[in-house]
Design a protein around this ligand. Structure first.
Ligand code: SF4
Ligand code: SF4
Ligand code: FES
Length: 494
């Protein structure tokens, strides 16, 4: 096929007329367009040749104005930049729908903080200009707002509202300190799930560049939530972010755990506060899986909290000390790879540390070495993607690969934040519970018997919000191994 040849594209387009329809429905259209046509060209063809009542918004047709944002095959995109594919579905953003693909944007845009210069404005330094630049790239498409889980359940202006607040906070010419306003607009409701960064056509890293930085300013002004302050005090006093209620994981294991058979590999293990103090049973299951698969574990007992709860809530004063202690604890043991099984710790060690060793999630380690196949358990399982694994570390295939070896049937569910992260579970438990409830609704829709995940925060939080068993992938693998052993040892019939 030559460039410019005509191709037939069939598209399912969401239609909604508020005067006649109770709710949106899909209509299917087939049009002939040039090969390589964008979604917007297909909408133009439908509008011009088949149905002039189709309503959608566009202006620049060059990815610059943000007006054509919509969902194609479920993901927010700019229709003028996205290549059309045969069989695609086209829907409006998840915002109040005015008609067809037109959504209400004025309400949010009108509330974005205005820039007001002070009377004797200071000229920004080169560093300040560099810091402001990435926050200025917003084209106000509102894809981020439409996908933000916090906007759904809390009073939150949304990601781009926080981006604008930080853009102003960084500018020495601005007239007012607006941090109290940012808090009123929902600064602490963000779960740092990173969904806004992923869907942003300009790839603005709002959680890291705006939300966590605004929370640091709030901290300097004494405005951190009291429950977050309590977590910071606990870390400062004990090196851990969760209260000690029972024997910790580190108290139950030696510093070196040898495998049952020949050694196929060796990794350091960074346990994290949740697996150390709250759910050590899951980390003990992991030990059995590693022993069975020939991987030696080096577990320094002087490791401490990675600092993730402090970074996410803007309380970074003691962070350098925590980083130093952790890096030294593993460097002293001479390990070249450190393994995490908490998605939050893994994301923090990979993205917020500068380590002299490689950091890998347990699902990476197990798939790279390869594992003894477990017996398949007679269950239908679904998988919850931890935000800090999926978006924080880009890991989605490995846990699914492992999970599928251990169950009769696997069923997908949409990836969405469970509400446990960003200090929301500790600081705003009602919001966390509302998001947990949404997860339970999705779990029920899959008809799954069990939910599998790969993060202790998700494991603990989803367990509180669903009646289905929630297991870490290691627990599932261990159950598969036990079932295999049981079958092997079962006496033969007759
Ligand atoms: S990180 Fe998640 S919760 Fe926070 S603003 Fe972005 S989409 Fe919303
Ligand atoms: S931050 Fe990105 S996704 Fe959000 S409105 Fe701006 S350009 Fe769109
Ligand atoms: S029409 Fe302007 S970004 Fe698509």
């Amino acid at each position: 096929m030559k460039e410019g040849d005509m191709v037939g594209i069939t598209a399912k387009v969401s239609r909604f007329n508020p005067e006649t329809d109770k709710e949106p429905h899909f209509e299917t259209y087939t049009v002939s367009v040039h090969d390589g046509a964008r979604v917007l060209h297909v909408l133009h063809a439908i509008h011009d040749r088949l149905d002039p009542t189709l309503a959608y918004r566009f202006c620049c047709e060059a990815g610059q104005c943000g007006s054509c944002a919509m969902r194609v095959n479920g993901e927010p995109v700019l229709a003028c930049m996205e290549e059309a594919t045969d069989g695609m579905t086209v829907e409006p953003l998840r915002l109040p729908v005015i008609r067809d693909l037109l959504v209400e944007v004025e309400g949010v845009l009108a509330r974005l903080a205005p820039f007001e210069a002070g009377e004797e404005p200071e000229i920004p330094s080169k560093e300040e200009i560099e810091a402001i630049k990435p926050l200025r790239d917003c084209i106000e498409c509102l894809s981020c707002v439409s996908e933000c889980p916090a906007v759904d359940v809390a009073s939150f202006l949304g990601p781009t509202g926080m981006r604008q607040e930080m853009r102003i906070a960084l500018d020495p010419r601005a007239k007012h300190d607006r941090i109290k306003k940012a808090i009123d607009e929902g600064l602490f409701t963000c779960t740092t799930c990173q969904r806004c960064r992923d869907v942003c056509p300009k790839k603005i890293a709002i959680p890291g560049r705006a939300i966590e930085k605004l929370r640091e300013i709030a901290n300097r002004e004494g405005l951190t939530l009291p429950r977050h302050q309590a977590v910071a005090r606990l870390i400062e006093e004990t090196g851990r972010s969760v209260d000690r209620t029972k024997a910790t994981f580190l108290e139950q294991v030696p510093e070196v755990v040898e495998p049952d058979g020949p050694v196929r590999g060796e990794v350091g293990f960074f346990v994290g506060c949740m697996y150390n103090g709250r759910v050590p049973e899951t980390a003990l299951d992991m030990i059995e899986v590693m022993k069975r698969n020939g991987i030696r574990l080096i577990i320094p007992h002087d490791q401490v909290c990675c600092g993730s709860p402090l970074i996410r809530t803007g309380q970074t004063a003691i962070l350098p000390e925590l980083k130093k202690r952790n890096i030294e604890a593993f460097a002293r043991k001479g390990v070249t790879t450190v393994m995490t099984m908490c998605a939050g710790c893994g994301s923090t060690l990979k993205n917020d540390y500068d380590t002299p060793f490689t950091v890998k999630d347990i699902t990476e380690v197990l798939t790279e070495y390869g594992i003894e196949p477990p017996a398949r358990l007679d269950v239908r399982a679904t998988y919850h993607d931890p935000c800090h694994l999926l978006r924080g570390q880009g890991i989605s295939g490995q846990p699914r690969e492992l999970l599928k070896t251990a169950v009769r049937e696997f069923v997908e569910m949409p990836s969405r934040c469970c509400g446990a992260g960003g200090g929301v579970r500790s600081g705003l438990p009602d919001e966390a519970a509302a998001l947990g409830k949404q997860r339970d609704d999705e779990i029920k829709k899959t008809g799954a018997d069990i939910v599998v995940t790969a993060c202790p925060f998700c494991e603990f939080h989803i367990r509180e919000n669903t009646d289905r068993p929630v297991k870490h992938i290691c627990t599932l693998l261990l159950e598969g191994y036990r079932e295999k052993d049981r079958k092997r040892n079962r006496p033969a019939k007759g």
